[in-house]
Design a protein around this ligand. Sequence first.
Ligand code: COA
Length: 189
Amino acid sequence: MTLPRYPDLPTLESDRLLLRKMSLEDAPDLFEYASDSQVAQYTTWTPHQSLEDSQIFLNSILEKYQTHESGDWGIIHKGDCKLIGTCGFVNWVQSHHHAEIGYALSRAYWGQGYMPESVKALVAFAFQETNLNRIEARCKLPNRSSARVMEKVGMKYEGILRQQMFIKGSFHDMKLYAILREDWENLSK
Ligand SMILES: CC(C)(COP(=O)(O)OP(=O)(O)OC[C@H]1O[C@@H](n2cnc3c(N)ncnc32)[C@H](O)[C@@H]1OP(=O)(O)O)[C@@H](O)C(=O)NCCC(=O)NCCS
């Protein structure tokens, strides 16, 4: 992956959330939701079986921080002082100024607008602080909750990528959404 145009992952803040770099101390909070099979139902990863799985995942993220690759932010619930999910850029292609966003949230916090709030902060950061021009997100067809997140942040539905991903042993059609810099600028007018 090409290196993104920011040297370090900054802490971002929204009304109810802090998005910050993760550390190994986040392993218990991460394991609490990443071991939930309902959270992992539509993700590319399988549920974590042990705290060690969460530590391995966190170590891979820490490595990305070190090499300035685009790593995930931890989503911290300010009221509960707890890591409740992750979000971040994947597939950052510097030459074409586009990237993709991925995310997951603890089931206890679903349905309260936390992920739209996180993704809005990420999109604002990207268009204000980097030279990205297009941000994409994909989800499996039955994952309506994820599609709603994309709609709520102002992404536009662009169609279905047929059998685009091979996940957990089978091919999956993916819905593609994206927001352009000009779409985002128009949102705030
Ligand atoms: C997809 C996900 C991030 C949505 O985050 P969220 O903060 O709950 O998003 P919202 O609060 O805006 O809710 C989005 C939709 O989820 C649905 N929803 C609401 N409460 C729900 C609940 N308790 N359980 C399941 N779905 C619910 C609703 O359809 C809602 O849309 P609406 O506001 O139009 O009614 C979250 O469900 C999640 O982490 N899922 C598992 C991981 C995943 O699928 N990641 C994305 C892979 S592409």
